[in-house]
Write a protein that binds this ligand. Structure first.
Ligand SMILES: Cc1cc2nc3c(=O)[nH]c(=O)nc-3n(C[C@H](O)[C@H](O)[C@H](O)COP(=O)(O)OP(=O)(O)OC[C@H]3O[C@@H](n4cnc5c(N)ncnc54)[C@H](O)[C@@H]3O)c2cc1C
Length: 382
């Protein structure tokens, strides 16, 4: 690692966990990343392997197979996953980190017992479905309806751009059970084989290894017992979930930026032009320092954020700003690394090429940059 985590925040146990995640990523993901990208997916057994390495349960309750963890563990996990340079693999492999938290916070004990253990063991896959064709940033406008009919809800509508959308077993779906606006929104856990539920795969700019889908619900019958929390009370759960997702996305962007730096330094040491290694040219050394500067600043922001969260604060504005800042760091480092690698950086299968394609989604998913600035402005009283 070229830049080191601040030891004031990271204990020996944190660093041991970092080694575990790094080994997993170097053995199980990095060697296959290019092939999985071309294939448009990765083997399902990766979930079981990740669970066996203790990666899927981080931050989840012990009674369902998880391992309670502070925010530094969660950041290490996301950062090291991001370092794989295969955002698509990581997005799908870890989609339970956005699919499960609303259940942990709001589901009945029976529903938790039905969903959580299988997902945390890597045997089942969880996805979160909030976005719709007509409502992305403006979540309170979502139009998918769930109408009560005896012991069931009847769901009609569609969801868009859903990660793990093709092969998830459990979908945490935002639906409208009441009137317009945020107070009419509820969450339902919907199983993949629910009658009237179909999926269509979507092709995209990056994250090729992840299965992104449009979901359609056509008179889909869902047991009323699958309601997560009370009717009309889901909006705060969804917003809290977004904050957790933003921290994870920021840390993984920081990890991807780190990968760009590592590959750029290696290349600059190896590649010779005009009689000396690239790193002998001052211009190239400055580019490397620019990358380190931004990674260090991002990491400092994230460390501060994790410390505040562990202290019980709710730093919503800082979380939003950190996610934006980290995505920009990743973008800068991807661009700089591809430039330093020259033509080789433009070739398919090269880690920095993949990261360059994958960065844009970091500025859109989990709250687009503009929306997060609006959120921060409101929180800061502007
Ligand atoms: C690969 C991928 C995976 C995803 N995975 C999931 C998932 O698993 N689950 C899920 O629910 N969603 C998922 N999403 C959806 C993602 O969260 C949304 O794309 C995102 O919230 C933005 O919504 P939108 O695309 O509808 O854009 P829109 O809301 O239509 O916004 C379009 C643009 O306009 C800007 N904009 C909107 N309103 C304003 C305003 N008031 N002022 C200024 N600018 C504004 C936005 O910032 C954005 O740049 C995924 C998206 C992608 C691309």
């Amino acid at each position: 690692m070229l830049t080191k985590p601040n030891p004031r925040h990271y204990s020996a146990d944190h660093e041991a966990f970092r080694v575990t995640v790094r080994r997993f990523v170097e053995r199980e993901i990095i060697p296959h990343a290019a092939d999985w990208d071309e294939a448009g997916g990765f083997p399902r057994e990766l979930y079981v392997k990740a669970a066996a390495a203790g990666l899927l349960g981080v931050g989840f309750p012990e009674e369902y197979g998880g391992t309670p963890a502070d925010h530094f563990y969660r950041m290490i996990l996301a950062e090291e996953m991001g370092r794989s340079g295969s955002g698509g693999t990581c997005a799908s492999l870890m989609s339970h980190t956005i699919g499960l938290p609303p259940l942990v916070a709001g589901a009945s004990p029976d529903l938790k017992a039905r969903v959580l253990p299988g997902v945390i063991a890597g045997e089942k896959i969880s996805a979160l479905a909030v976005t719709e064709p007509g409502a992305g940033s403006d979540v309170a406008q979502l139009a998918t309806t769930a109408k009560r009919d005896g012991d069931h809800y009847v769901v009609n509508g569609s969801k868009m751009f859903i990660t793990s959308g093709m092969r998830a077993d459990w979908y945490t779906v935002a639906v409208r059970t009441g009137g317009p606006g945020a107070s009419g929104v509820s969450l339902l856990a919907i199983e993949r084989d629910a009658p009237g539920f179909t999926r269509t795969e979507l092709k995209k700019m990056g994250w090729w290894a992840s299965d992104t889908a449009e979901l359609s619900f056509n008179d889909c019958r869902v047991p009323a017992a699958n309601l997560i929390g009370a009717e009309g009370q889901a909006f705060p759960l969804i917003m809290k979930n977004f904050n957790g997702e933003r921290l994870t996305l920021a840390a993984s962007a920081c990890g991807a930026a780190q990968a760009c730096l590592e590959d750029a330094v290696d290349w600059a040491r190896e590649r010779k032009t005009f009689g000396q290694p690239l790193i002998g040219h001052q211009v190239i050394r400055h580019k490397l320092v620019d990358m380190v500067e931004r990674i260090e600043a991002t990491r400092a922001l994230l460390d501060d954020l994790a410390a505040r969260l562990d202290a019980g604060e709710q730093p919503v504005a800082q979380t939003a700003m950190a996610k934006n800042y980290a995505a920009r760091t990743m973008q800068f480092c991807a661009d700089t690394a591809v430039q330093i690698l020259g033509g080789s950086g433009y070739m398919r299968g090269v880690r920095v090429e993949r990261i360059y394609r994958e960065v844009k989604v970091m500025m859109i998913g989990g709250g687009a940059e503009e929306i997060l600035k609006d959120l921060a402005a409101r929180q800061l009283g502007f």
